[in-house]
Ligand binder design. Structure first.
Ligand code: AHM
Ligand code: MG
Length: 336
């Protein structure tokens, strides 16, 4: 019998929502209090609100520049501002959140200050990554990273500045042809798709693995002449070896493709951005955790994992090479 193409999930077996999946996982952890589950639920509600706004672009007045620059000196889009406000309001309402830090806010926002705040978390996020793609209906996304809060730290920075290896959860939401929520809590990577008729994220793949090899690279080749020499040699080698080039210019969309199909994503140092363009704490770290949990690799340079970098500033930038393990090795071999 052929599957009904209009049915929400056309395979047999239990229907699992993001919420029930998180609760199931929580029940496996001895002593878990449910705090993290509440935070993940606020991220899922934020994702649905933002997805709805993104889908209404050009119908509602949500496109275009908001008229201000963010902390990086970049033009804020109206939807950056809206998405940031949604996340701040939702996360701010959760007891378990001590501090949030966003690409759109220069300083971390302290939500709860009491020193007895044991068992609370810090949430870092890029509310709408790749927002310059909005005007052309391109894929954009929300990226998040969750760390344990240190209530004894001298200040917010002291609690936040932890290496990516300390993340307890990380993920992204891709607002593309469908809305996809990809999550790790350190036990593999699970993928959910928003069923708009039901209003819930449905589990579509558990324990996602990125292919070990795939002859494809993803980089802004317009900057090629200003890449360090090793990257240019790698690109010569990849092109001589018949590799394909795929680049959306929206990290969530590019990394999502690599997670599912394999390949390597790079944002090297350039003349314009000598330390790399991408932000360590809320772009590179969560993507690195996801990719490693899916069996891939994520480096800042040969032999240096993204997740091992000790941050010194919440908005610091880093070069990134991530994706299929064999493909990351090929890049690293050319960087010497
Ligand atoms: P943003 O956080 O200001 O949206 O910038 C990050 C984006 C990433 O999504 C993407 O990988 C990169 O910038 C693209 O940069 P470029 O246009 O230089 O290739
Ligand atoms: Mg970004």
């Amino acid at each position: 019998m052929s599957a009904d193409p209009l049915h929400t999930l056309d395979h047999a077996g239990p229907i699992v929502t993001l919420q029930s999946h998180v609760l199931q996982q929580q029940s496996l952890i001895p002593g878990a209090t449910g705090t993290l589950s509440w935070i993940l639920s606020s991220l899922s509600i934020s994702a649905k609100i933002i997805a709805n706004k993104v889908r209404c672009a050009r119908l509602q007045d949500v496109l275009g520049e908001a008229g201000a620059d963010n902390v990086q000196g970049e033009k804020q889009q109206k939807l950056d501002v809206i998405s940031n406000a949604v996340l701040l309001r939702l996360l701010g309402g959760r007891d378990g959140v001590a501090i949030v830090a966003s690409e759109e806010n220069e300083e971390p926002v302290i939500i709860r200050k009491d020193p007895s705040g044991e068992g609370r978390y810090c949430v870092l996020f890029d509310p709408l990554d790749g927002s310059s793609n909005l005007d052309v209906c391109g894929g954009v996304g929300t990226i998040f990273s969750i760390l344990r809060h240190d209530p004894h730290a001298a200040d917010a920075q002291g609690s936040l500045l932890q290496p990516g290896s300390a993340q307890v959860a990380a993920g992204y939401v891709l607002y593309g042809s469908s809305t996809v929520f990809v999550l790790t809590v350190g036990h593999g990577v699970d993928m959910f798709v928003l069923d708009p008729a039901v209003g819930a994220f449905m589990l579509v793949e558990r324990g996602l693995r990125t292919p070990a090899a795939s002859r494809s690279y993803s980089v802004n080749e317009g900057n090629r002449r200003t890449f360090p020499e090793g990257y240019q040699k790698y690109l010569d080698w990849a092109q001589d070896s018949g590799y394909s080039s795929r680049y959306v210019g929206s990290m969530v969309a590019d990394v999502h493709r690599i997670l599912l199909k394999g390949g390597v994503f790079m944002y090297p140092p350039t003349k314009k951005a000598p330390a790399g363009k991408l932000r360590l704490m809320y772009e590179a770290n969560p993507m690195a955790m996801l990719i490693e949990q899916a069996g891939g690799k994520a480096l800042v340079a040969p032999g240096r994992r993204v997740l091992d970098v000790q941050p010194t500033d919440i908005h610091e930038r880093t070069p990134v090479i991530l994706g299929s393990s064999d493909e990351v090795d090929h890049v690293a071999a050319h960087l010497g």
